[in-house]
Every structure is written in C-alpha cells, then in structure tokens.
Ligand binder design. Structure first.
Ligand code: MG
Ligand code: MG
Length: 255
C-alpha cells in the first residue's frame, strides 16, 4: 500500500535529505586517486553521527548484514558495493549511494563520480544517467501514471545506445527506506500491473541504473555487490523526490 505524505512530513523528509546531500558534497570533495572506499564511508559515517542522523544501510539484513553506511560501487559494479580497502585510481567511475533517517524520516540518494579523468564512454554514461534522472523528475510533474515516465526514461537510455538495469528499481520512501511502490526505470509487462498514479504526497526514490553494455547483472561472492555480467561500466543516479501541489520537489539536493 502506498502511503502519501502530508506537506509537513515532506518537509521533515527534506531535513533528512539535506544531510544526505551534505554527505554527497563531502564525498565529492574527498574523491581522488589514492583514497580508499572505506575512507569515504567513514567520512560519511562521522557526518551522520555529528548530525544525529541514523544510517539506513548499515545492518540491512542479507546473507551477511550490510556492513557500511554507504554502498560504493566502482566501474562495472552497479550498486550495493561494500566499502573497504579498495584504492581508487585515476579513471575509475565511482557510485556512492547513501541514506539516513532524521527524526523518523528517511532520505536516500546516489551519485556517480569520476576519479580524475575518465574514458569517453564513462563520461557519456555519466551524462546519460544524470539526464535520465532529470528527465524522470521533470516528467513526474507532467504525467499521470509512473509507466508514462518510465517509458520515456527507457527510450532515452536506449537511444543513447546504453541499457537499463531491470533487476533493481527505485522505491517509495518515508518513515522506512523501502516502501511501496516499486519504481522501475523501464516498462515491462509484469510491471504494468503495479503501475501507480502520480499524486501529491507521493514520495519516491527515483534511481536509474544505466549500463554501457547489456542489462545483465550478477551478484558477487560477497553476497552484496551487483556487477555487470559483461564487465562494462555502469552508472547510478538517485534522488528522493516528493510530488506536491506545486509539482515535483527534490528532497536530497541540499536545497
Ligand atoms: Mg540509494
Ligand atoms: Mg534507493
């Protein structure tokens, strides 16, 4: 069941979203060749402690509980990478996904960052991924149903010659990180049954994942990291977005 949020609740979510935006600004400033993904994660964890925010990702149940406050996925890793000793190198493409809860309300956002100068394909992939998220946010204010937005998202990625990950999708968000509905970045026959109306009070984590090669992904031996099967790079961009009477409002961009 989809729970719609009141304007005051959306403002409370924005407060959580601001801390998530701060985490991204912090990470963006730290990313450079030589830093480890574990160091980035610790910086975000310290920030959450300072702000009195509760990390959403640490301890998420799985075969092993997720051990960090960020998912950090590099190059062919799509999402859910575990931060650790990996040293970032010039040319790497790093995806950082993090979320926190403040006063009972959640924010969730992911971004893709270049380490130094990346290949032309990675550069283009980043542009297409970011544009795809921006398209979704804008169209959320123009369309009646999510499937109409997802259809445009899918078409844009295909037109760029890339592919949309189908195994992982966005989600509703509120008091819990993962709420109904599921929010696909494509239109599939199975998904149309779960289609939903875009109405004021709806709050979604919209998160296109775009692969340079095929859409196929696999889960690595650490039980978490999702990587492309063809080892080609992938990008991930995510914002928590509220639909309001005045149109879509991004809650995790620091405004
Ligand atoms: Mg996320
Ligand atoms: Mg999410």
């Amino acid at each position: 069941m989809i729970s719609l949020k009141r304007p005051s609740e959306i403002e409370a979510m924005r407060a959580a979203g601001r801390i998530v935006a701060e985490a991204h600004a912090l990470v963006k400033g730290l990313i450079r060749p030589g830093i480890t993904t574990g160091e980035l994660d610790r910086a975000v964890e310290d920030l959450f402690v300072q702000r009195g925010a509760q990390p959403l990702f640490k301890g998420v149940p799985g075969k092993v509980p997720f051990p960090a406050v960020c998912c950090i996925s590099v190059n062919d890793e799509v999402v859910h990478g575990i931060p650790g000793d990996r040293v970032l190198c010039e040319g790497d493409l790093v995806k950082v996904d993090t979320g926190c809860r403040l006063d009972g309300w959640c924010g969730d956002s992911a971004w893709s960052y270049p380490v130094g100068e990346v290949s032309p394909v990675c550069q283009r992939l980043m542009e297409v991924g970011q544009k795809n998220l921006e398209l979704a946010i804008a169209e959320m204010g123009r369309k009646r149903r999510w499937s109409e937005v997802a259809r445009l998202m899918e078409a844009e990625v295909r037109q760029a010659g890339f592919s949309v990950v189908e195994q992982f999708v966005g989600h509703g968000i509120g008091r819990r990180m993962h709420e109904d509905p599921q929010v696909p970045n494509f239109v599939g026959r199975d998904w149309l049954r779960q289609d939903f109306e875009i109405v004021p009070g709806l709050v979604l984590a919209i998160e296109p994942m775009v692969n340079a090669g095929t859409k196929e992904v696999k889960i690595l031996a650490d039980h978490w990291t999702v990587a492309t099967r063809d080892k080609l790079p992938s990008v991930h961009f995510e914002h928590t977005v509220a639909m309001t009477e005045r149109g879509p409002q991004v809650l995790t961009d620091g405004t």
